[in-house]
Design a protein around this ligand. Structure first.
Ligand code: RIB
Ligand code: CA
Length: 324
């Protein structure tokens, strides 16, 4: 199994991505690192700990990272994810899980060096933690197998400004450091494909795990209404879960190698990811851009893996369903 760090700004779809990664049992999750983004670092960390409780996985360590973007002020997405970042779900839960000692960028560096060439970083928030890790350890790309990040958009509109997607808009300076760090395999899972990964009420109704079904239903209720108001479709775009899906099975998407840069000094276009589709800049490709997705296959994966019966904490890996 792939050794993985999930780097999250737990919001609603980050939470669903964590659930998919953990319940699938198809990834060896060595750590979950949190970053400020949709909500504050503290709230993202609290939300992540609540999800670890929900999944009965206190064994997976959570580490806090950056509490602000590299140079800009924090721009949150509470308008989408709610004040608490999870659409009000689990709001009265006080998690048993607590963050472990350690700063997320250091954890990324240490785990990459402990497992040279084996570690996959799945980043579903602003890239602030990874950028901090690169500033501390410029040779990090030599030790990392791949980086898969949810962010940006190449052929369509943004979701914060006409051209910028949130994770890129929130910390474009961090993204620029990551884009030019020299990772051997950098995979962009952008809005071009995540907008096609739509979870509907019909999918939620198929989730066989009643506890997870209730969480998915509650956490996505307001998000879905907002999505319908803007796009005319009553659904929840599974942006972050698709990045996890690509880590599980890259056959879900079709990718093309492209040189991509990001705008960081524009009055109008900051955070725009610019794909040089006609190779006008004379630069070699620096990432694999997801252009198409088999959304039916991905939603089947999501419903099957998220919905499968919960395992008892002791039964992790033995697949003994919790009785009663
Ligand atoms: O644009 C979607 C991305 O921004 C997702 O990662 C979502 O959680 C928000 O962070
Ligand atoms: Ca996110």
């Amino acid at each position: 199994m792939k050794k993985v760090i999930l780097d999250v700004d737990t919001g609603i779809d980050d939470a669903l991505g964590i659930v998919l990664a953990v319940k699938s049992g198809l990834l060896d999750i060595r750590a979950i690192t949190t970053v400020c983004g949709n909500v504050s670092l503290e709230q993202a960390t609290l939300n992540t700990c609540k999800i670890m409780d929900l999944l009965h996985r206190p064994d997976i360590p959570v580490y806090k990272g950056a509490n602000a973007p590299l140079v800009r002020n924090h721009y949150d997405e509470k308008r989408i994810h709610g004040e608490d970042g999870m659409g009000g779900a689990l709001k009265n839960e006080a998690p048993h899980a607590t963050p472990s000692d350690g700063f997320a960028p250091d954890i990324m560096i240490n785990l990459a060096k402990q497992h040279p060439g084996e570690l996959t970083l799945v980043c579903t928030g602003p890239l602030t933690n990874l950028a901090n890790a690169l500033l501390k350890c410029p040779e990090l790309p030599r030790f990392v197998k791949e980086v898969i990040f949810m962010g940006g958009v190449i052929h369509g509109p943004g979701n914060v400004t006409p051209v910028a997607e949130y994770n890129m808009y929130a910390d474009p300076e961090a993204a620029r450091i990551v884009f030019h760090a020299g990772f051997g395999r950098l995979v962009q899972v952008g809005l071009d494909v995540t907008r096609k990964a739509l979870l509907t009420a019909e999918h939620v109704a198929q989730l066989a795990d009643p506890q997870l079904q209730a969480f998915v239903k509650e956490s996505t209720a307001d998000y879905t209404k907002r999505y319908e108001a803007r796009y005319g479709v009553r659904a929840c775009a599974l942006h972050d879960p698709l990045a996890v899906g690509v880590a599980i099975d890259s056959g879900l998407v079709h990718m093309s190698s492209l040189y991509v840069d990001i705008e960081t000094s524009s009055r109008l276009c900051d955070g725009q990811t610019v794909g040089d589709v006609q190779s006008r800049l004379g630069q070699p490709p620096n990432m694999a851009v997801c252009e198409e997705v088999d959304s039916t296959a991905f939603l089947e994966l999501f419903v099957r893996e998220v919905g499968k019966p919960a395992m008892s904490p002791a039964g992790q890996g033995e697949h003994k369903p919790i009785l009663g």
